[in-house]
Design a protein around this ligand. Sequence first.
Ligand SMILES: NC(=O)c1ccc[n+]([C@@H]2O[C@H](COP(=O)([O-])OP(=O)(O)OC[C@H]3O[C@@H](n4cnc5c(N)ncnc54)[C@H](OP(=O)(O)O)[C@@H]3O)[C@@H](O)[C@H]2O)c1
Length: 298
Amino acid sequence: MLNGVVDPIFFALICTMEKKLIAGTMRWGSWGAKMSTQQNADAISKWLEYGVNEFDLANLYGDYSCEKEFGEALRCLKISRPSVRLISKMGIENLSLERGNFVKHYNYSKKHIVSCVERTLNDLQTDYLDILLLHRPSPLIQADEVAEAISSLTSEGKIRSFGVSNFLPSQVDWLTRHIKIEHNQIEFSLSDFQALENGNLESFALQNLSVAAYSPIIHLGNTSTELKLQLASLSEKYNCSEACIAVAWVLKHPLISSVVIGTSKLERIQEIQKALDVRLSVQDYFSLWEAARGTKVP
Ligand SMILES: NC(=O)c1ccc[n+]([C@@H]2O[C@H](COP(=O)([O-])OP(=O)(O)OC[C@H]3O[C@@H](n4cnc5c(N)ncnc54)[C@H](OP(=O)(O)O)[C@@H]3O)[C@@H](O)[C@H]2O)c1
């Protein structure tokens, strides 16, 4: 963005953008869903079979173990590196004696960004990340240090594109003064749709960011009876699962480009693809929104 002006190329892109699913790996590996290397490899293959080649990782997933296990699975599959796209996030430092952390915190010093990316590349057994995201905003972030780290990683060919996650528009603006940001990954679903009501999605578009939504399904179990009934009814109407309806609702927003799905089950990987084909009518979209917010729109 140049002073709030949407880049015409970006605008054309979002108007014609093909919506996509991204495979989330947060619960993969031996730590979460107790997946072996072979099961990780099977999940990667299953997503690829359905045309999903983008994988969302983070250095802290699986208590900092998932990326290594994912890398091992990729190596076993012997697939060519350009046939997959790898997203990783860094910055969250959990309590860990091994890492010298006595309190959970976020660290975006130049040295830390560079060393985390290098470790991730080593764990994933690859030379580059397609996208690096800063996992969460920190009050202590020094935009110029981030810019230096990202410029150096980019010029060395270690990252191809840069973005953030869970950042507000003002936090993006601040960093954008120092470094180009292309992506924001945010929580967005029928259980958390603040960004739709407070204008943040439009702000991100004005900042020329592609927006990926995470956790579209996991919290649906805790939602209102009204929303559950609505999901059940539309699942029958559109002949797909309730999870597909929930994902289709997220994807219908014109400014959301992709949804990150965190299942570890092969059969669910196949089923959730139907979300891409569900064309919710405007009234069905609003009926879900109304059920989720608990009141009619004004
Ligand atoms: N940027 C961030 O801060 C951030 C934060 C959280 C997550 N993420 C990313 O987003 C991905 C998805 O997040 P998430 O796992 O919280 O959300 P999700 O995709 O909404 O939920 C997946 C969870 O829901 C369960 N599930 C139940 N029914 C399902 C169905 N029909 N289809 C798919 N899953 C179903 C899955 O269990 P089974 O495994 O048994 O299928 C899994 O535990 C993560 O893997 C991660 O890559 C990013």
